[in-house]
Each structure stands twice: as C-alpha cells, then as structure tokens.
Design a protein around this ligand. Sequence first.
Ligand SMILES: [Zn+2]
Length: 386
Amino acid sequence: MRTTEPGPFELARDRILARRPVFDAHVDSIGRALDLEHDLGERGAGQLDLVRAAEGGLGAWVVVAWVDPELFPDAAFERTRAMFRATRQLEARHPDRFRIVGNDEELEAAAQDGCIAGIPGIEGGHAIEGSLENLAWFFEQGLRVMTLVWNNHLPWIRSCEVGAGPDVPAGLSSFGRKVVREMNRLGIVVDLSHAGVQSFYDALEETRAPAIASHSGCRALHDHPRNLDDEQLRRLAANGGVFGVVFYPPFLDAAAREEAKRVRTSACVREIVAPDPAARFLKRQRIMRAKASPMSAERVADHIVHAVNVIGVDHVGIGSDYDGIDWAPEKLEDASCYGHLAELLLQRGFAEDEVARILGDNMRRVFAAATGPGTCAFESQRAALV
Ligand SMILES: [Zn+2]
C-alpha cells in the first residue's frame, strides 16, 4: 500500500487550522438544540456541533437566534430569549469546550483555555418587537451581533425581499436609525445581510462602527436578492466592514438554485413526515444531501475571490449559515470542513496569513472594534441572567 506524504497546501492548511482562526459569522444550530434537545457538545445530526467544529478549526461562531415570523408571529421576543437560554445551557454543560464571550478580550481568554467562543446573535429585528429597551435587555443577556432584518419587512426597515406594503419605509425609518445608533452605543455589531438596498445604505450612513454582511454572496456572480453588488461591497469596506460569504448553494450559483428547487418540490421532500418544523428541516437536510447533485466548494471560493478583487483581502470573511441551510456545498457539508476551504484558497494563490484573515481574523477585527472600549461595558452578572 502506498502512503502519500501531505502536499504543501495540506501542510499550510494544517498550520492555519492549528491556531483555530475560523470565525463563522452566522450559524443557526442553537435552534435545533432548543427544539430537538440536541446536545451540540456531541457529534450528531445537522451541520455543526462542538466536536466537528473543533476538527474544522473553529475559534468563534455567532450563535444566531432566528425566529420564524410565520410560525411565531407574536412570540419573537420570548422565543429569542429561549434560544439565548439554550446557548447558556450549552456553556453550562460544556464549560471546558464552549464559552460565551462579549468582547475580544474574552474571546482571546476563551481561546487560551481551549474553548470555542460563542457570540450570541439575533437574526431579524422583529425579535426586539419595536422596543429599544428590549434591545438593551438582549445586550445584557449577551447579544453582540444583530442582523437588522430577516426576509420579513418591519415598520422600521425594508428587507431585500419583494412585497413590502405601504407601511414599510424605503430603507430605515427614524426609529430604524435609532436602533443602529443604540447598537453602536451598546456595542452590538450591525449585520446587513437580508437588508434591502436602501436599508443597507441608510444603515451604513448611520453607523459609527464597522458593520458586516454576515452571510451573503456576490451579485456579480449570481443575481439573487440576498446578494450584494460591487458598489455595496465597496461601501461596506469603506466603512471598515467585512463581507461574509455564505455557503448556501442557491445563493451562489444559478444552476444550484434550480437544483434546490427541483429536489424541494420532489415527492421525497413533499412527503416528509415529521412531528414539528425543526425535525422536518433536519430530514430535508438529509434528503438534499443525498438527492441534489452537489455544488463544488470551488463556487464558494469564486465568491471569495471576486469579493477580494473588489474590496481587498482585509474585508472578506465567511458566514456559513450552517443549520440555517438545508444544503451545503460538496466537501463543506459541515463544520469539520473549513479546512477544505482553506486548501482551495491556498490553491487560488492566497498566502497563509491571507487565508487566516478570510477565515476569521477579519470578522474578529470588526467584532473587537464594535464591542471594544467606548461601547457600553458588559456588566451582567451571570447569576442574574434570565
Ligand atoms: Zn439568513
């Protein structure tokens, strides 16, 4: 039997991952911990758990609380609170491997102790139910990243989707601008994925801290409403921000978008029997992986390369959307796979330190800037968390 020596790209990949530099700006896995009582400390179903994340070199992830506005039209605040609680339960269960952090100092301390850092996040401003007090309350509970809007339009911000009614502003309303300013004051990263184009520019005009688009693609490569065009990328970078490339094939590639549609409307998906939406989603994830013709991870690298060409290597990162997506690219199927992306980027000619910046250091820089000195001190007593 022939044993092969690792090549130069594999050795470079291993050196990068050994530092656990990956900062994944958007991960939805806490939803299944809450709904299906999955222990994310164990290797299990879905796309991310602490075991596979450690294998993949993950140093920090934004633990996203997303509330489906159709399933929970009047309970966004309460359900978000429950997801924050689930995040703390994960920390209590695995204190040696997972720690909630509120600023870069705490992130560094977690890394020194061999812990993966979790940064509580909210996807969609509907969670604050129109109240700045609720926003401040979530901050006290650990909130450090908020995607201003999801696909549902709000009275204070328009999303990237069509179908906004007459009561929805073209971009941010005056209350929406107050939300951004309050996020700056407290020390919460402003996340612009899902925002409508005017909302995107309004928020960048308002924010005094660098912002991110945590999980989107490049519109120049695939014209999808969730993606950013080159001018948006340039404005985000001019603000000091970072563009996180999502792993979701239908956002990255026209053929993959068609393929997802084909499998989703096929009998095997339509006929899924599951006790609740979370279980149903997990089954669909399995079927997509088995039945959809795979999209190469090279396509993720294409979007990264395009963004770097437009705004430079210091303004590009990743936001996989693991467990928020029912399908991932080939060889990027779960959180153990970040190394494969590192290898592809090395093959594309990026230097080791550039790959580390793209995989995490850039996002970490924005997190540090938005949550650092000058913002509201994090004074919560853990015992007082509710
Ligand atoms: Zn999203």
